[in-house]
Design a protein. Structure first.
Length: 346
């Protein structure tokens, strides 16, 4: 790509984001004066446009590391809705550590439908096998994809991967987050509490972690859990997103007074359907989530646990950097505590 083409594409990114082309250029050269959130926005917009910045031949030092960031999502929602995309919110922490340590970041998005022998995936591995020093993984991946990546690169996941105990992971502390939620529900007098999650294209280990914490805490508080109030956890009773919301509404009418949703987007869908069905939140039923994404609803601000995305992104990149330097170090699971956000749904 010529220098003129670089400037033209950078100007398009600048126009789309309503910032200067100088700011865009500084993002790609890891300039110290650029806000991490701005850098993440520029990286995201660049990938949306299919723009790959090429450093000048003399621009990369022999000792400089390059890490791949692979995001497993079907709809490329890191581009479509910055405010509600956890993938986007992880990028400032990643880029911040990369900037401090002079690391080049290369972002790619793959579909959850891909297998290890999918042409697009094999091409990605082949193309970057000699240039990437390590890989960060965002969102759950299929086990065979994980195995292939582990065999080719040092890896750190920013969410615990299902069925793989040997990959390093930096994640939110699910147990402490659920403990805060359950304590607040009990303080409100709730005794029949349901759990709602969603069936995903790739098994979501984080959802199971939150459910296991949920059940443990109810047992410790001597609260009985009705099996019918657990939706989309057990493989033999999986429902579509629409049917699961209908089932939760039915159980609410049967006596559930509070719902713990495994993710905020599930909680918002539930609130919308409950209100449409004439059930008021929180007057008749409480709904809490886990993530801390911005509310798409005008009336409701969700009570939830805010995932410390920036800290997770920063520490995951730091951990990958450590593994690159010491590949024989034992794998670690690092849990970072989230913050409770008070809304008007509890």
């Amino acid at each position: 790509m010529s220098n003129r083409e670089n400037k033209t594409n950078q100007q398009k990114i600048a126009d789309n984001l309503k910032i200067s082309r100088t700011t865009v250029s500084r993002c790609f050269t890891n300039h110290l004066g650029v806000n991490p959130e701005t850098r993440a926005l520029v990286f995201s917009e660049a990938k949306k446009m299919g723009y790959n910045y090429i450093l000048p031949r003399s621009g990369k030092k022999a000792s400089q590391k390059t890490i791949g960031v692979i995001i497993c999502t079907d709809h490329e929602n890191i581009h479509e809705d910055h405010e509600r995309s956890p993938g986007f919110h992880l990028m400032p922490g990643i880029s911040e550590f990369a900037l401090i340590n002079d690391i080049v970041v290369d972002i790619h998005i793959i579909s959850p439908r891909f297998n290890s022998d999918s042409p697009e995936f094999t091409k990605l591995i082949k193309k970057n096998k000699k240039t990437w020093n390590g890989v960060l993984l965002i969102y759950p991946f299929k086990p065979d994809i994980i195995e292939t990546l582990k065999n080719n690169f040092p890896c750190v996941s920013l969410v615990e991967q299902f069925g793989d105990q040997n990959i390093d992971c930096v994640d939110v502390d699910h147990h402490k987050g659920l403990s805060t939620i359950i304590d607040k529900l009990i303080q409100k007098g709730h005794k029949r509490i349901g759990f709602l999650t969603r069936s995903y294209a790739v098994q979501a280990c984080w959802s199971y972690r939150r459910y296991s914490a949920f059940t443990e805490l109810l047992i410790r508080k001597s609260i009985t859990l009705n099996e019918a109030d657990v939706i989309n956890v057990y493989p033999d009773r999986l429902l579509s997103p629409a049917d699961s919301i209908i089932e939760a509404t039915k159980q609410t009418k049967d006596g559930v007074t509070a719902w713990v949703c495994a993710a905020d987007h599930v909680a918002y869908d539930l609130i919308e359907h409950l209100e449409a069905s004439g059930i008021k939140v929180p007057q008749q039923v409480s709904v809490v989530g886990f993530d801390g994404i911005s509310s798409p609803l005008k009336k409701h601000k969700l009570s939830t646990i805010k995932i410390p995305h920036r800290s997770i992104g920063y520490n995951a990149t730091k951990r990958l950097y450590e593994i690159i330097k010491n590949p024989y170090d034992k794998s670690q699971l690092i849990s970072i505590q989230g913050d409770y956000w008070e809304g008007n749904t509890l």
